[in-house]
Design a protein around this ligand. Structure first.
Ligand SMILES: Cc1ncc(C[n+]2csc(CCOP(=O)(O)OP(=O)(O)O)c2C)c(N)n1
Ligand SMILES: [Mg+2]
Length: 298
């Protein structure tokens, strides 16, 4: 394997405190919003790993959740609604030495951006995708989302909904994500641990963080989410895909939320496979997209 591909320059480089990863921009979410906890968890994870902010890219789509990159001391891209994944794919393939973190909402990731999710997972793009799942469109003031509970009354479902909600972790297990985890956003300790492990994982890491929206979702309160969470069984085999899917399905039927690391496996990432391909066909001797981009500059 070509050394330039995964120097892991972003890991274990610097000694910074969580607050050093926070920009001066105040995190302007509503008071009591679960997204605050996710930001805190991410800042702690970055500090624990020692990620060099110069090698960190935070990418989002559109939504309250998608504001998160404003608050993180990193390079960042606030892209189009639902398009953070493809943009992050481009960044990761062009610069495999960077740590790429995507954050976004349930609407951003599974409504408008839903078509991209299977491909991020099956291609095993080396990034960490944090879903900030508050079961509602928060930014646009409370419309039904694909993860909204059926009975939920929202501005677009004044009599309650009629659709079956989707379960993000079940989808990601099916799509082939190589790391799948879930936690309550308010459990900052667990959330930061799962983010840390996700960032250290080489491959597509998906972390569903269940967040409360005190402004537009009266059902999924912090207390309701917290009390519905069950820590995964200590004997759960994280390498067993069927066991992970069974655990999620059974919890779903019981109205419970399995929390912790559900599944983890190792397989080559897309950038690794591409480098191998280039080598196999006798292409660029030194596979380095930066050089190719430089050559293409006018
Ligand atoms: C192409 C496009 N369609 C629709 C919108 C309007 N819009 C902005 S954010 C959003 C949904 C946000 O919900 P979610 O992703 O769950 O994030 P949250 O605000 O709940 O954190 C929508 C529909 C948009 N900005 N662009
Ligand atoms: Mg939302």
């Amino acid at each position: 394997m070509n050394a330039i591909l995964h120097p892991q320059m972003h890991l274990h480089q610097v000694d910074l405190k969580p607050k050093d990863y926070k920009t001066d921009t105040p995190s302007f979410w509503c008071a009591g919003c679960g997204h605050h906890g996710i930001l805190t968890g991410l800042l702690r994870a970055l500090s624990e790993i020692g990620v060099d902010p110069n090698f960190l890219v935070s990418i989002s789509g559109i939504g309250c959740s998608s504001r998160l990159p404003y608050f993180v001391n990193s390079y960042k891209m606030h892209t189009l609604h639902g398009r953070a994944g493809p943009v992050a794919t481009g960044v990761q393939l062009a610069r495999p030495d960077l740590a790429v973190v995507v954050t976004g909402g349930d609407g951003d990731g599974f409504s408008i951006g839903g078509g991209h999710m299977p491909h991020l997972a099956r291609k095993n793009i080396n990034m960490t995708y944090i879903l900030m799942d508050n079961h509602i469109y928060g930014l646009t003031k409370g419309q039904y989302s694909p993860t909204s509970r059926q009975e939920m009354k929202t501005t677009t479902t004044p009599y309650g909904g009629v659709e079956e909600p989707l379960n993000p972790v079940l989808y990601m297990l099916t799509y082939g994500a190589s790391y799948v985890a879930q936690a309550f956003a308010g459990n900052v300790k667990l959330a930061s641990q799962l983010i840390k492990e996700g960032m250290e994982h080489k491959g597509f890491a998906f972390i569903n963080l269940l967040s409360q929206c005190p402004s537009f979702n009266e059902i999924d309160t912090a207390q309701a989410i917290k009390s519905a969470c069950d820590q995964m069984d200590a004997n759960h085999d994280i390498s067993d895909l069927n066991a992970a899917m069974n655990a999620v399905n059974m919890a779903k039927q019981a109205g419970r939320i399995p929390s912790g690391l559900l599944y983890k496996t190792e397989r080559p990432t897309l950038d690794q496979r591409m480098a191998e391909l280039v080598e196999r066909v006798g292409g660029h001797k030194d596979y380095d997209l930066r050089k190719i981009i430089d050559l293409a500059r006018p």
